[in-house]
Design a protein around this ligand. Structure first.
Ligand code: DQA
Length: 153
């Protein structure tokens, strides 16, 4: 029986263009390329369920423009790490609310174990859930959770 493949967009917000280089003590030594490597080497079953695209931007408007495009393209799911906008951006939160694409919010670090301001979240209210603290593995776990959700719609 042919498997259903889901179109999924991964979105990274500001300062997430250099994962693996930026403050590795907090965010880990592995970059986004490791997500692809893990999918190919260890998670072929998951990879075969995905038509994956990737986007990263440092500005709020660029992220919102890309999310609106995902809505026009009828993308089926999102894995999003809004970076610091998680804690400040009502605009990204509003966008995620209205486009209504099933999404998992992910963070490399455990935001609840850090400074108080990182416990504030303006983006996750409409997410399926949040995965935080597993470094690059947060993205893989986010994709797993998303596919599981889409399979069970
Ligand atoms: C982050 C956590 C945010 O607080 C921070 O501003 C980031 C990265 C994470 O992935 O752990 O840029 O989203």
């Amino acid at each position: 029986m042919p498997v259903t493949r889901f179109s999924v967009l991964m979105v990274n917000g500001p300062n997430l263009g250099y994962i693996g280089r930026r403050d590795p003590g907090t965010y880990g030594f592995r970059g986004m390329d490791a997500v692809q490597t893990i999918l190919e080497k260890d998670r072929q079953g998951l990879r075969d369920r995905l038509e994956l695209s990737y986007f990263q931007a440092n500005g709020e408007g660029g992220i919102i423009d890309r999310l609106e495009k995902a809505w026009r393209d009828e993308v089926q799911g999102l894995v999003i790490n809004p970076g610091a906008y998680t804690h400040t951006s009502l605009a990204i939160g509003d966008c995620l609310a209205w486009i209504n694409i099933p999404h998992v919010e992910v963070h490399l670090s455990n935001v609840w174990s850090r400074e108080e301001i990182r416990r504030k979240n303006l983006t996750a209210a409409h997410s399926l859930g949040v995965i935080a603290g597993f470094g690059i593995m947060s993205y893989i776990l986010g994709l797993e959770a998303l596919v599981w959700h889409l399979d069970n719609l």
